[in-house]
Design a protein around this ligand. Structure first.
Ligand code: SF4
Length: 226
């Protein structure tokens, strides 16, 4: 699909390019009829997937998903990565699953957002999922996920309201731990720490979280500057 920026389309629709090139003050050419402009926007600017997302989801989630897919596209592929980069990404994927299993029975995450302002307070749980999608899915996280074999098109969002991350829904995250950013799995808030720190699992949880953090940092250091 041809890439056409919103700004360019706006300039073209207003006859701005022709105006700038016009050596005298003759009247600018008439803008295209309204219907033609609508079709232009409909056919060129919106991909079928985005159109489908806009039908299925609130506009804000559809826009976040489109931006996230663009970030995935701009990220180097697994094939172009070195063996050590792929090994780190694969290890991160394993660690996310292991740590998520260790968190399976925690209580703190079910009510931490209760009473908070929107978007976090939209549902009782998952306060830490109330951030912006692209802040959570940073370029470093997307790099690690893509190298581990995650593709943007395989990430299924939940139905219903959009409140924070695009994958947050009324029953929690719609993704498996393997497909989430590492920060989602390794982040331990104050309440969660209070619940876990006296349990026998705490030592192992801390070790797994540390390994995720260190591996993620080491992998991010290998990224080429944009
Ligand atoms: S990917 Fe899932 S766990 Fe991570 S912030 Fe989004 S909803 Fe929460």
């Amino acid at each position: 699909m041809a890439k056409v920026s919103v700004e360019n389309v706006g300039v073209q629709a207003r006859g701005g390019v022709a105006n700038a090139l016009c050596p005298d003050n003759r009247a600018p050419p008439a803008p295209p009829p309204k219907r033609a402009r609508f079709l232009y926007a409909g056919v060129v600017l919106i991909s079928p997937r985005m159109l489908l997302d806009r039908i299925r989801h609130p506009r804000s989630r559809a826009d976040d998903l489109a931006a996230l897919r663009a970030r995935f596209r701009a990220t180097p592929s697994r094939l172009s990565a070195s063996e050590s980069q792929r090994a780190m990404a694969t290890r991160l994927r394993e660690l996310r699953v292991l740590l998520s299993e260790a968190f399976a029975s925690v209580e703190a995450c079910h009510g931490c957002a209760k009473g908070h302002p929107l978007p976090s307070g939209r549902w009782d749980g998952g306060h830490c999922c109330g951030g912006k999608t692209l802040d959570i899915w940073s370029p470093e996280e997307v790099f690690a996920l893509k190298l581990a074999g995650v593709s943007a098109t395989s990430l299924a969002p939940p139905a219903g309201d959009h409140a924070g991350c695009a994958f947050r829904g009324p029953t929690g995250c719609s993704l498996t731990a393997a497909d989430r950013p590492s920060i989602c799995v390794r982040y331990v808030c104050f309440e969660l720490r209070a619940e876990l720190k006296e349990t026998p699992e705490w030592k192992r949880i801390s070790a797994l979280a540390r390994e995720i953090r260190e591996t993620q940092t080491a992998l991010a250091r290998t990224m080429s500057p944009e």
